[in-house]
Design a protein around this ligand. Sequence first.
Ligand SMILES: [Zn+2]
Length: 443
Amino acid sequence: MMSKQRIRLALALTTAGALSMALLTPGAAGADTVRPECPRGLDCDWVPAAYQQTGDPADKDTYGNYDTANRPDTNAIEFIVLHDTEEDFDSTLKIFQDPTRQTSAHYVVRSADGHVTQMVKNKDVAWQAGNWYLNSHSIGIEQEGVATEGATWYTPEMYRSTARLARHLAAKYDIPLDRQHILGHDGVPPTSAEGTQNMHWDPGPYWDWNRFMALLGRPTEPSAPNSSELVTVSADFTKNQQDFRDCEKDVDLPRQASSAVPLHTGPSSDAPLFSDPGLHPDGSPGTNCVADWGSKISATQQAVVADRAPGWTAIWWYGDKAWFRTPAGTRVVTPTSGRVVRPKAGKEEVPVYGVAYPEKSEYPTDFDRPTVGSPLVYTIKAGQAFPGGGEAPNGYYYAPTIDASKPYDHTYFRGNQTYVTVQIGHRIGFVKTSDVDVVRAGS
Ligand SMILES: [Zn+2]
């Protein structure tokens, strides 16, 4: 029988989309009396996700579809993760109510009218991000849709509802409204190098990030006219017409508006596309497959300028230079103020992690499941810089059973080492504060 951790890993193996009964407190009248955690005036209801065992009743390790917790008192809520369902709205609700499906999200947003259904309480940990550290520190929001059909599903009503909800949650839990904390599933790092190729990439290149961040009250505007070290990609969604390919189905997708800007290995459209070393361990060139996220930067993502050529800009990206077209007179990039992360003097190469867990020595000696981070395939090299610098909570939430029946079950173990979040490429990562300097861009 698979352990819960194994099942979670298996979940991450399905493709673009990811896809539940809350544990009622004794004395509650019934599920329908639970009030959804939504901003006032948002069309929002509560349909509980499954919280049930699915195997031998004596086996408390096998259950779905989420973990109880006491957030944010135990685990801080630091991130919001946006998804698309790859299923219609009603099917998604049924999946999250089926404990054998081993998946859930806190909220699901309907395409046609922006209706919101909450399925997991924000104090609890939904199984949504394919990364246990991110799960335990985030809220997941599913948009009804299919990533390769993007814009047909992502309606104005949906953008408005998701943005209202995200603003409300960010204010409540003090989540920064930037792209190192407001993530797509395509921004979530793998927990280990081996897991890189299994990570999901929803809501995909047809989600209009400019529009969404503007609705969050964070439109991309020039904020550093005298410094050009840090830029925010601000390619106009409608003008940024791109040809991508659904390589799982082996079909070209129609040329259409996109948030994604292709990255090349040199300042030329003929140069190969950027090869993400996590996705192309053999060094083969990047592709225009929608799932090849490492060859694309998304509007509203930030990067540090590494070089320039006429009509082209290079940025630091997964430890190397990546080039994209920035024709004169266009606003593909916007100079931005903010913090960047650089290796400390004397460090040639700094490891990047997909989690910020305690060291083994920081767990109690009688705890038999100490879980620590391992470096990803990406590093930050001397001379390079990446956006970021916000402190990431260091902690591991241990919740192996449905009823907290094991020693230390449902405990949040805190570590002392501080980590910061860094935009290492298309996905974020975490670096140890002891390895890096966090400085204002341009300084
Ligand atoms: Zn997802």
